[in-house]
Design a binder for this molecule. Structure first.
Ligand code: FMN
Ligand code: SF4
Ligand code: SF4
Length: 366
């Protein structure tokens, strides 16, 4: 917590407190810095440990927001109320109701096992449960209640809307897609390092980012609550992108675990430089800037166009000829030449060109 506060982060979420955790796990993860992280097991906090972490953090660090990430692994609502009250007494600034964690019972339920622990993601999979928990938390504490939602649903915006209706002060959506790592193909039962057996775990890191944008943007169009957005934030631009898709706050976990807290001050410095250079008055100006463009596919209007070649940059390497579906580019006189009549405007050649020599441009009038 101290390292986090010293990095310049606005706050942290103290995770994950139960009245008594249903099993005592050990942190085991799959990590691939190009793809992402998957957590299948972790040591959590029993109520007294969560209280101690929060009260000690509050006593030691000022100007630092502490969320209490809690879940109750049973059907009754009284447990949620008790946990929330204890976290408020310990000094938490907000309750982050964990309706996301897939490590409790999601693999068991997918495998058809009846007696799976509840709590975490199973709460966020039901409009009724998410609303009931939100309501009881709001009745139990005065501090804000933020619902951290599982993405493992048909429509996360429906769940967010139910939380809003039940009185939530915010929602958080960041990773958590139920995932499995690749196995070692030379030893097919070896999946997670130092773990006998493999459960589906919680996705974080780069692989979760584009899904995160979709969750945040669709939710931002449905609710007027503040949204904490995350999943795969590694650079300052990603935080800005989450905000432009409608997030009020950005949250980071995997990138800090991979690269340390020193990424935080760099991100803050670069975001502030961006705000200033682009003439924004503050972070609030970024929230939802891209939302007006979000529409149903049937309401989109394709623009006629094709890639244009920058002759100064193209070195004739031919990589843009590779896309399997495309017969629109040839190398002529050492330069890429686009035959626009064969181009379907997918934009792939632009993405694969190592010299940024191609740019999609309008060619028609619409
Ligand atoms: C080791 C580990 C443990 C996590 N434990 C919790 C947790 O207890 N409660 C929770 O809400 N999210 C938990 N998460 C999810 C992260 O808070 C975050 O929402 C997710 O990893 C996506 O963000 P990221 O791509 O920045 O990691 C955990 C993530 C990791 C990597
Ligand atoms: S990939 Fe880029 S640099 Fe290479 S031929 Fe195509 S446009 Fe030119
Ligand atoms: S935009 Fe797609 S179809 Fe058009 S030239 Fe590039 S790769 Fe080919």
């Amino acid at each position: 917590m101290r390292k986090c506060a010293e990095s310049g982060a606005a706050g942290a979420s103290a995770k994950l407190t139960f009245i008594k955790q249903p099993f005592y796990g050990s942190l085991r993860m799959y990590n691939n810095v190009k793809e992402g992280s998957i957590v299948c097991h972790d040591r959590r906090l029993d109520m007294e440990e969560g209280q101690a972490l929060i009260s000690q953090t509050r006593a030691a660090i000022s100007d630092f927001v502490v969320f209490a990430n809690i879940t109750h692994a049973a059907e009754d609502l009284d447990g949620w109320a008790l946990l929330a009250r204890k976290m408020e007494e310990a000094g938490a600034h907000a309750i982050e109701a964990n309706m996301i964690c897939p490590n409790l019972g999601m693999t068991a339920r997918r495998l058809g096992q009846a007696a799976a622990p509840t709590g975490g993601g199973s709460v966020g999979q039901s409009v009724q449960s998410a609303a009931a928990v939100t309501r009881v938390l709001k009745e139990s504490v005065r501090i804000p209640v933020i619902c951290k939602l599982t993405p493992n649903v048909t429509n996360i915006a429906d769940i967010a809307a139910a939380c809003e209706e039940a009185g939530a002060d915010g929602v958080c959506m960041a990773g958590g897609q139920l995932s499995l790592p690749p196995m070692d193909i030379y030893n097919p039962t070896a999946v997670y390092p130092l773990m006998d057996g493999a459960a589906m775990g919680s996705l974080g890191g780069p692989a979760s980012r584009l899904m995160g944008f979709a969750m945040v943007a669709s939710t931002a169009r449905r609710v007027s609550l503040p949204i904490i957005g995350g999943g795969g934030i590694e650079k300052w631009e990603h935080a800005v992108q989450y905000m432009m898709w409608g997030a009020t706050l950005a949250t980071i976990c995997t990138a800090i675990m991979w690269r340390g807290f020193e990424i935080v001050p760099t991100m803050i410095r670069k975001m502030e430089r961006f705000l200033e250079s682009q003439g924004y008055n503050g972070y609030e100006d970024l929230i939802g800037l891209s939302l007006p463009t979000l529409r149903a596919a049937r309401d989109l209007e394709p623009i006629v166009g094709a890639p244009m070649v920058d002759a100064e940059l193209c070195n004739g390497c031919g990589l843009c000829l590779k896309p399997g579906h495309c017969d629109a580019i040839r190398i002529e006189n050492g330069l890429a030449t686009v035959y626009t009549e064969n181009c379907v405007a997918c934009g792939i050649c632009v993405a694969v060109c190592p010299r940024q020599a191609l740019r999609m441009s309008r060619t028609g009038s619409s």
